[in-house]
Design a protein around this ligand. Sequence first.
Ligand code: ADP
Length: 459
Amino acid sequence: MRRLVIVSNRVAEPERQAAGGLAVCILDGLLERGGVWFGWSGDIVADESGIGVSCTRRDNVTVVTMPLTERDYAEYYLGYCNAALWPVHHYRLDLARFTQENTEAYRRVNERFAEELAPILTKTDVVWAHDYHLIALAAGLRSRGVRNRLGFFLHIPFPPPDVLMAVPEHEWLVDSFLQYDVIGFQTKMDQSNFCRFVCEHAGGEMISDDTLRAGGRIVTVSAFPVGINVDAFAEMASSAEAQKRIRWLHRCGEPRLNIIGVDRLDYTKGLPDRFRSFKRFLELHPENCKAATLMQIAPPTREEVKAYCDIRHELEALSGEINGQFGDFDWTPVRYVHRSVPRDTLAALYRGSQIGLVTPLRDGMNLVAKEYIAAQDPENPGVLILSRFAGAAEDLQEALIVNPYDVDEVAQAIHKAVIMPLEERKQRHAALLAKIREHDACNWMASFLRALDAPPIPM
Ligand code: ADP
């Protein structure tokens, strides 16, 4: 087996294995094959004089990291990645900010990653880069003579051509993608948006369902939906400790109908619309007053970007408004927790909630939806309400699929979940559980690597 080199913006340290399913699978894959994990250390230094790579080794895995400068952090990370690419890829052109400096910073940092990575590579390594921070990495490696198989996985959505065209220099961005040999997307729709762009605007042609010929190269383009480690999550949710937490949850405030939302506080997650839907549900079905609680766990993220401060203020105002209008001495309708919680606590909260409300306006996949399913008691499962605009909805059709912009529709879905008979809940849950098992974290990793390890397709 050839050595594997993973490149990602942030590197998961081996000791923090508890983190997420994907990080665990990637680390396991690296340990099995031997390899390198290369990326930003998370450190920020004053200027380029402070930049240098550092290496640590554990078993047969070498972790190589480098810092960003203050300027890179502002222009590349916050500016281009999070205030230009992130909103565009989530169809939010209204929030996208483009400047020449930020675009140049993106090129510069990708070049610097390539400059440091190229000398580490041996001729037979396979390289797998992750996410929108590193679209231009392959071009930087190719220009340094790297001929290895290079793969790329985009964790966020890929928008339709008309949306992408709002990015200045989008042609360059698409050409950069095409320097990889295998490009993975979360869903068939993302894959099709990308292929449409290449075929309609970049002179490419499809030579099979998942093979593109463009710019003198042959590229495999396919959907590899990410998943979770289902058994690990289910175990956490059914542990004795989790049961204790669930009993506590039911005692504290005596809610009989727990609805849970868990999301980073990001404008893509549709949280204000979700709160309005819950309010509408209370208006339409007042018999649930005093019984229903929406517990929203939303840790802060990217607070240096203005759109993230705005969403925080909007949400605080909305939860205050709903609690003011509906709450009582013995009932708080919205419990809004603005911080991260340990994963085993999350698992218990999912299990103790009769409804999982996952209503992003746009999402690459959404792992919370899968975690909610994995955490349920199969004999008495809760109901997942899922946005049609989450990548997960392409597969998880047995959830209650909703349009998150339609407050009335989501309110009605909540009501439908409340009154759903046990038999229907069990049937839906069994079907969903089978699907998340089929597309779990390790299958995702294995199927991408199969495509990357495959011999190149001749021109
Ligand atoms: P995104 O990658 O956009 O944040 P996902 O739903 O795909 O969205 O993944 C989010 C991950 O972060 C999930 O594994 C979820 O459990 C975790 N997470 C989200 N909110 C919290 C929180 N408050 N505390 C701990 N983990 C969280």
